[in-house]
Design a protein around this ligand. Sequence first.
Ligand code: ZN
Length: 220
Amino acid sequence: MGNSSLVAYTKISPNKTSPRNHVIDTITIHCVVGQVTAETLGQIFAPASRQAASNYGVDRDGRIGMYVEEKDRSWCTSSSTNDNRAITIEVASDTTHPYTVTDKAYAALVDLVTDICKRNGIKKLMWQADKSLIGQVNKQNMTVHRWFANKACPGDYLFERYGAIADEVNRRLGAVLDETPAPIDILYRVQVGAFSKKENAEVMLAKVKTAGFPAFITKA
Ligand SMILES: [Zn+2]
């Protein structure tokens, strides 16, 4: 497990449950609703009275902060079940719809998610934008805060990019992007002989046909 080596600033928050009770198999991205620095986000999550924190934060300049270690459950997504299995990431954003994030923040977010997947054995990110698939991580292993609480989070800017984030992370992970491969048709042939002279093959063919089996000659 461990933590990301991409972290530039650490300020551990008391707003967590230690340790988490589930393996990490889900990614949940949030919007901060503020173009903050990693240090400011640390200050926001520092008081116990806040009752909230994320594992990581990506700031407006693309710097990454850590507020809850990966081994611990962050109090972030209004769902104990989700946060016990997810790495939660707050991304600095505008304060109004669609809660746009900077290009630097977006690039750092993709780097961070790739790193998290690599270290935690998440071989492929899957996003269907389908709330009914919560918990079915073999079909969808990304979630959004708006599914668990009456919130806009992660904002439409990031929500609409969830698929693109998954695609880019998967490209970097070298994941197989195709869906279930088509089944391979296998034919089992019965062979009764292989001959270098055609005459000998024709003799055998005649014997097989005489015995009542449909047969023919193929060239190899
Ligand atoms: Zn959120």
